[in-house]
Write a protein that binds this ligand. Sequence first.
Ligand code: NAD
Ligand SMILES: N[C@@H](CC=O)C(=O)O
Length: 488
Amino acid sequence: MQLNDPRLFRQLAYIDGRWTAGNSNRDEAVLDPANGETLGHCALLDAEQITESVTAAEGAFDAWRALTVDERGARLKAWYRLLHEHKEDLARIMTLEQGKPLHDARGEIDYGASFIEWFAEEARRAYGMTIPSHIPDAMLGTVKEPVGVSVMFTPWNFPLAMITRKAGAALAAGCPVIVKPANETPFSALALAELAERAGIPAGVFNVVTGDPATVSEILCGDNRVRSVSFTGSTRVGKLLIRQSAGSVKRMSLELGGNAPFIVCEDVDVDWAAREAVAAKFQTAGQDCLAANRILVHRRIYERFVERFTAHMKALKVGSGMMEVDIGPLIHTRAVGMARELVEDATSQGARLIHGDQSMAPGANFFMPTLLADITPGMKVFREENFSPVAGIGVFDSDEEVVELANDTEYGLAAYIYSDDVRRIWKMMRGLDYGMVSVNTLKMTGAPIPFGGIKQSGLGREGGAQGLEEYLDTKYFCLGNMPSPSGS
Ligand SMILES: NC(=O)c1ccc[n+]([C@@H]2O[C@H](COP(=O)([O-])OP(=O)(O)OC[C@H]3O[C@@H](n4cnc5c(N)ncnc54)[C@H](O)[C@@H]3O)[C@@H](O)[C@H]2O)c1
Ligand SMILES: N[C@@H](CC=O)C(=O)O
C-alpha cells in the first residue's frame, strides 16, 4: 500500500503495546472490494491470545483511571491531532479496504477524530452530586467511576468513526479498551492503534484484536473481567452478544440495524426533497444505518417525486472509490446477491423497477443504483434493513397513515420528515417511534448528539454527554456520623 507514512499500514494485532502475530502465524487475507485483490493480511489470534488482551487491559486499568481527567485528555487530544496530520493516509487505507469514495473517507476521518476531541473535553464534566440527607448527621452523594475493561465490536461500513465514537468516550472516562474490528476492515483500526501509541496512550490501554468473530466474541463476552460490551452492526449479532454476555451481566451498548422512513409531505419543494432523498439513500452505497430505507411520499406529489428522484439518481457516478465517484463497491459479493434478491422479491409483488441496469456494473461487487416504486409493507425492501443501493418509494394519503406505516417495524433508529408545516412536523416527530428524527435536513449526526435507537435498533447512546455515561458507573456514598450546622 502506497502511503506517506508506511508504518500506518499494520497487519498484526496490537496487544499490551506489542504488535502481535497469530500463534503459528495464522492470518487471513483482506481484500479490496473494488477489484478483489489482496491488500494484506490480518492476524487470526487464538483463544489464549484474546484472553491475554483482557489481562493486558485489566493490568493497565488502575494507572489509566488514576490519571487526572486533564492528563487523559492531553493524550486524547494528541491522538486527535495525529488523525488530522495523517488524514490522507488514513483515508487511503479506508477507501482501499472499505470501498467508499476517497472524499467520503476523508469526511469519516474528520467525523471520527471529532469524537476523540469532544470526549477529551466532556470528561471534565463527569460530575457526581450531593443529596440532601434524610439521615441525621450524614452526608450523601454520588461519584462517577469508570466501568472497567470495555470491549468494542465495530462494523465495516464506518471502519474508523465507529471505533472512536466508542473508544473516545471509554478512554476519556478512564476505561481501558479492546477493539475487535470487522474482519473486512481491520487496517483502519490498526492504524488507529499505531497513532494511539504515538499519542502516548500507555500499553494495554488501547488494544486491537483480530480473529474469527465468533471465537473472539465468545471469549470476550464470557470473561468476567470485561465489564462493558459495545457493538455496532446487525441486530442478529447484537442479540448473540447479549446472550453471550448474560452470564457475567455486562453493561451493553448496542447500535444495531435501522429501517429509516424518509417521509415527504405534499407541502415541500418536490425537487429539493427528491435531491435530499437521493443523498440520504445512497450515502456509503446505501450501507449505512441512517440510509433512507423506505421513502414514503404523499400521493399528491408522488409521480413528480419519482420522476425527480430518478433524474437525480441517474447523475450518480459508480466506480472504484479511488476515482472521482459517488458510489463505490459493496463490501462483498454476498451483499450484491442480497441486493438482487430485494429487487426480485419486490418486482414479483408488483413494485415498478424504474431504474437500475446491472449490466453497467463495473465489477463483481458493484450494484448500480436502483429504484423501485410502489413498494408495500409485504416486500423485503420495505421490511428489512436493505444496506444496498436499492431505493424503494411508497405512497401515503394522510399523516396518520404515514406515521403508522413508519412505525410498523421492529426497528427504531432514525427517521426523516420533510415538510414546511411546523405543527405537522411536531406531531409527526412526537409520534414516530425512533431514537432520532431529522427534519428537513440530512445532517443529524456529530460528536455532541446522543446517537442511538429504540426497539430492536439498540440500547444506550453514543456521542453526547449520554455517550460518556455508557462508560461510567454511579457510586452512591453515605458518610455517617458527620455532624454539621445544617440539617441536611
Ligand atoms: N448498524 C450498522 O452500522 C451496521 C454495520 C454493519 C452491518 N450491519 C448489518 O449487517 C447486515 C449485513 O452485514 P453482514 O453480512 O456483515 O452482517 P453480519 O451480521 O454477519 O456481521 C455484521 C458485523 O458483525 C460482526 N460479527 C459477526 N459475527 C460476530 C460475532 N459472533 N461476534 C462479534 N461480531 C460479529 C462481523 O465481523 C461484521 O462486522 C446489514 O444488513 C446490516 O443490517 C449494520
Ligand atoms: N452513519 C452512521 C453510522 C452507522 O452506520 C453515523 O453517522 O454515525
